[in-house]
Design a protein. Structure first.
Length: 186
């Protein structure tokens, strides 16, 4: 090999294409979602260890756990929606040609965009209501609306990424999921 490592090369042996701003934004969304996975795991681990070894509970540990989990869910939706890495059943898709596969992909992504957009509007209403009602955590009396706001931002990121995926499926289909092809699980 020349001066490049094996990790820096694509399967075809050529260097990967430079990432544009949108690809870096997409990678950032995925890192944020991964960070929340770590945060939820740390919260659970620390809570269990403190409770088991020291008979001590983190104040508002339950509230933080459920709020972080809600944030994780919405940022996870953002991360999986663009890559198409969520669970799918492709019985019809597998049996048609490339032109119809693309049509099915565009239609499915448009439906997903519609559903997640409506969900984002409804979640924004929940953020506003939670702030107006001054909903607080049990022990520390912290407002919960900032957690709902971070979750809503994850949903907004999902809408943006699904819109980008739709645009790319229509105008540049080879740029979608090029390095994320998966083999079927057998």
């Amino acid at each position: 090999m020349t001066g490049q490592t094996a990790e820096a090369l694509t399967p075809s042996g050529s260097p990967p294409p430079k990432k544009n701003a949108m690809d870096r934004f997409i990678d950032g969304i995925e890192w944020i979602a991964a960070g929340f996975v770590g945060l939820v795991a740390a919260d659970i681990f620390i809570s269990v260890m403190l409770r088991y070894f020291f008979n001590y509970a983190i104040p508002d540990g339950y509230d933080f756990g459920r709020l972080f989990l809600g944030i994780l869910i919405f940022w996870g939706i953002a991360a999986t929606s663009y890559r198409g890495a969520h669970i799918t059943v492709d019985l019809l898709w597998e049996s048609v040609g490339p032109k119809h596969k693309r049509m099915i992909d565009v239609f499915a992504t448009l439906v997903l965009l519609l559903v997640v957009t409506v969900q984002t509007i409804m979640l924004f209403d929940k953020v506003v209501q939670t702030r107006a009602q001054n909903v607080l955590t049990y022990d520390l009396q912290l407002p919960t609306w900032p957690f709902f706001l971070v979750a809503w931002l994850g949903d907004v990121a999902a809408v943006v990424l699904i819109a980008v995926r739709t645009f790319r499926l229509v105008f540049n289909p080879q740029s979608v999921n090029e390095e994320h092809t998966t083999d079927p699980v057998e």
